[in-house]
Design a protein around this ligand. Sequence first.
Ligand SMILES: C[S@@+](CC[C@H](N)C(=O)[O-])C[C@H]1O[C@@H](n2cnc3c(N)ncnc32)[C@H](O)[C@@H]1O
Length: 246
Amino acid sequence: MPGPGHFDAHADVYERARPPYPPALWERLRELGLLAPGVRVVELGAGTGQATGPLVDAGTVVTAVEPGPALAERLARRLPSVTVVVGTAEEVPLPAAAFDLAVVATAVHWLDLGVVLPAVHRALVPGGHLLVWRTAFGDPDAPVTAFRRTVAEITARRPGPPRPGPGELDTEEWVRRLTAGDHFAVRHVEHFRWSVELDAGQVRDLFTTFSDWTSAEVDEAAAAVRALGGRVLEHYVTPLVVLRAV
Ligand SMILES: C[S@@+](CC[C@H](N)C(=O)[O-])C[C@H]1O[C@@H](n2cnc3c(N)ncnc32)[C@H](O)[C@@H]1O
C-alpha cells in the first residue's frame, strides 16, 4: 500500500507537476471574507506550496506543517516568509488560539481526523475557520475522452481493492467526518470544475506524483498521450468544504 512518503520521494517532480488550484476557488474564499492581509493561517500537509503560494500572495501569515523533509525544504526555499514546521499534523504541537484559519489542501485523506480535528479546533481563535479541499484528477461528469478511457483501463487492471476510505468526490461523507465530534460546522460547500491541457511529459510528471500509480502505469499513460497526438484535455474537480469552529 503506497504511503505519504511517496510525495517526498518525488519532491522535484511534485513541485513542477502539480497544477495550481482554480482561480474561482480563491475568489470564493475572498468573497467569503476568509482571505485578507494579516490573517493567520496554519496549513497542514503543505507539500511544496501549491496552496501556500496563493495564501501568501493574499497577504496571509502562514505556518506550514509538512512531514516530508524534501518537500518542506523546497517549500521554505520557494516561500521564505512562511514558517515551515517539519512533522505530521498529528504530532506537531500547535499553539492555542493562534490562528484565524486552518487549510488542508489535497491532504485530508492522510490525516487521522480523530487527532487532528480537536488539535486544529484548539489552535483556532473562536469562530475561526477550517478549509478543506482536494482535487479529483478526473471529472466523472465531464465527457469521457479517449485518454480517460485508457486511464480507466489501467486502473481497472490493478489487483486488490481500491484505496480504502471515501473517494475525493464523496463530499457528503467527508462533511460527515469533518463535523464528527462537534468541533466544526459546515458554512459552505462548492465543487469547482476546471480543465487543463497536458502533453505527454506533463502527464508523466503529474501521474508520477499520484501515490497509487506505479511507474509502469505512468509509462502507459504517457504513451497513450503520444498515441493520441501529443496533447490531452483533462477535466478535474476540486470540492471545497468551509467549516467554522463551534
Ligand atoms: C497530495 S499532497 C498535497 C500537497 C499540497 N497541499 C498540495 O496542495 O499540493 C499531500 C501532502 O500531505 C502530506 N502529509 C501526509 N501525511 C500527513 C500528515 N499526517 N500530516 C501532515 N501532512 C501530511 C504529504 O507529505 C504531502 O505533502
